[in-house]
Write a protein that binds this ligand. Structure first.
Ligand SMILES: *[C@@H]1O[C@H](CO)[C@@H](O)[C@H](O)[C@H]1NC(C)=O
Ligand SMILES: *[C@@H]1O[C@H](CO)[C@@H](O)[C@H](O)[C@H]1NC(C)=O
Length: 121
C-alpha cells in the first residue's frame, strides 16, 4: 500500500492528539495550567523529599532538626518538578513547621533544596 499525503497527515494528527492526551493524563492536567497541584503528604516519594529537605538544611545550616512529617505540599512541573512542602521537624524537643522548596529531576537523580524557611506559628 502506498502512503498518500493525506493519510500521513491523518496519522500525524492522531499521534499529536494521543501525545497531548498522554501528557494530560501523565501530569494530571498540570501541563496545561503550569500551576501548583496539591500532593499527598503521605506519599512515600513526598515523604522522602521532605526528609531530604530537612537533612539538606541540617548540612547547609549546621543544625540538627529531626524530620517528623510532611504536613502538606504542592508540586509544579517545570523542566523537572518543583516541590513546595510544609514539613514538621523537631527542634530542641519542640515541633516546628518549615516551608521547604525542592527542585528534582528524578531521571537524573538530581535534587536541590532551593529554600527552607521557618513558618511563624
Ligand atoms: C556545627 O555545630 C556544632 C554544634 O553546635 C559545632 O560544634 C560545630 O563546630 C559546628 N560546625 C560548623 C562547621 O560550624
Ligand atoms: C541550588 O539552589 C540554590 C538556591 O536556589 C542555588 O543557589 C544553587 O545554585 C542550586 N544548586 C544547583 C547545583 O543547582
Amino acid at each position: 500500500m502506498r502512503f498518500q499525503a493525506h493519510q500521513f497527515f491523518i496519522l500525524a494528527s492522531v499521534s499529536l492528539l494521543l501525545s497531548c492526551f498522554y501528557l494530560d493524563t501523565a501530569y494530571g492536567g498540570r501541563v496545561r495550567d503550569g500551576g501548583w497541584q496539591a500532593v499527598d503528604p503521605k506519599d512515600p516519594h513526598i515523604v522522602e523529599i521532605g526528609r531530604y529537605a530537612v537533612d539538606e538544611h541540617n548540612k547547609q545550616a549546621n543544625t540538627s532538626l529531626k524530620f517528623k512529617s510532611v504536613v502538606k505540599g504542592e508540586s509544579q512541573v517545570v523542566a523537572g518538578v518543583n516541590y513546595r512542602l510544609i514539613v514538621a521537624a523537631v527542634h530542641v524537643k519542640n515541633v516546628h513547621n518549615y516551608q521547604a522548596m525542592v527542585y528534582e529531576r528524578a531521571w537524573e537523580g538530581f535534587r536541590n533544596l532551593t529554600s527552607f524557611l521557618p513558618l511563624l506559628a
